[in-house]
Design a protein around this ligand. Structure first.
Ligand code: NAD
Length: 289
């Protein structure tokens, strides 16, 4: 049985990767899909793909870090469909990486705007309607980077830890209120998407070369390592199926693989035992970096 048939899914970052895969998965369940993304061309193409599956696809170009644009997304969804049955706050960027003393204010701002404020605005705009209707599912795309503390991408880690904390807090808040709105926290490991190319999404005013500084390119050797690892990683369509299953089964945590389980356990043990943090080396060290 397709229990969500005729319902509405709203997805941020829906033009690529896991967002697009979730859009396709929900459309196959017979749901109408509101796709939002900052990239206009890719968003139009994605909406056409979803429409071809025989459901209504509405494309709303939105920068999730922009309060007014998220308010607009809320108004469009409310006018067309009312409160969403499934809300996926998924848009995200890799953000500025490297040694922390080299990370710029612009790197921090860009990463926090998209990965953290995108979720904050999404909840502010949609949660009230969903609670009033007393139904629906909210899925945020956090990361294993929100469950561990590897070095090399501190702005990214900070946003994902914040998203995990928001979702855990929201879970308790809704449970205490006896609400029928359910929340799910997706913590992917490495998934084959375009995330390592997210500089394409960086607004001009937050680029590091804006004042004539040379842009920091990913070194060629690292680029080919990343391209290989991500090309061979779990397909985003499989992650979308895991998300659907967690929604149907009412599970909070959605983990995509076991690669980082030891690192997560080791971190939790260090907190319980009051010992030094265990994570050393890059998050991608499990892939040979
Ligand atoms: N791919 C991985 O290995 C991985 C692992 C853990 C978590 N994640 C998270 O998964 C989520 C989806 O990323 P993905 O891996 O599918 O990458 P992706 O680059 O393929 O997709 C991200 C989408 O977000 C959009 N986006 C970027 N900035 C935006 C903004 N300001 N407003 C609206 N949309 C914006 C992009 O245009 C793109 O369509 C992100 O939150 C990311 O942090 C990815």
């Amino acid at each position: 049985m397709r229990e969500f048939e005729g319902g509405t899914a709203v997805i941020t970052g829906a033009a690529s990767g896991m967002g697009l895969a979730m859009a396709e998965c929900f459309a196959r369940e017979g749901m109408n899909v509101v796709l939002s993304d900052i990239e206009e061309r890719a968003l139009k193409d994605a909406a056409a793909r979803i429409e071809a599956l025989g459901v209504t696809a509405l494309a709303v170009q939105t920068d999730v870090g922009n309060e007014g644009e998220m308010d607009h997304l809320g108004r469009v969804v409310r006018a067309h469909f009312g409160a969403p049955d499934v809300l996926c706050l998924n848009a995200g960027v890799g953000g500025g990486g490297g040694p922390t003393h080299q990370i710029t204010t612009r790197d921090w701002k860009w990463t926090l705007d998209v990965n953290l404020w995108g979720v904050i605005h999404g909840l502010r705009v949609f949660l009230g309607d969903m609670r009033e209707r007393d139904a629906g599912h909210i899925v945020t795309t956090a990361s294993v980077a929100g469950l561990t503390s590897f070095p090399g991408s501190l702005p990214y880690n900070a946003t994902k830890h914040a998203v995990v904390s928001i979702m855990e807090g929201l879970f308790s808040e809704l449970a205490e209120a006896g609400s029928n709105v359910h929340v799910h926290c997706l913590c992917p490991g490495v998934v084959a998407t375009n995330i390592t190319h997210s500089e394409r999404n960086r607004p001009k005013e937050l680029r590091n070369d804006v004042d004539g500084e040379a842009p920091r390119e990913i070194p060629a050797q690292m680029r080919s390592f990343l391209d290989r690892v991500y090309a061979e990683a779990k397909p985003s369509s499989e992650v979308a199926e895991l998300v659907l299953a967690a929604i149907v089964e009412g599970r909070f945590w959605i983990q995509t693989d076991g690669f980082f389980r030891d690192a997560i356990k080791a971190r939790h043990r260090s907190i319980e035992n009051d010992t030094d943090p265990p994570a050393r080396g890059s998050l991608l060290s499990v892939y040979g970096l």
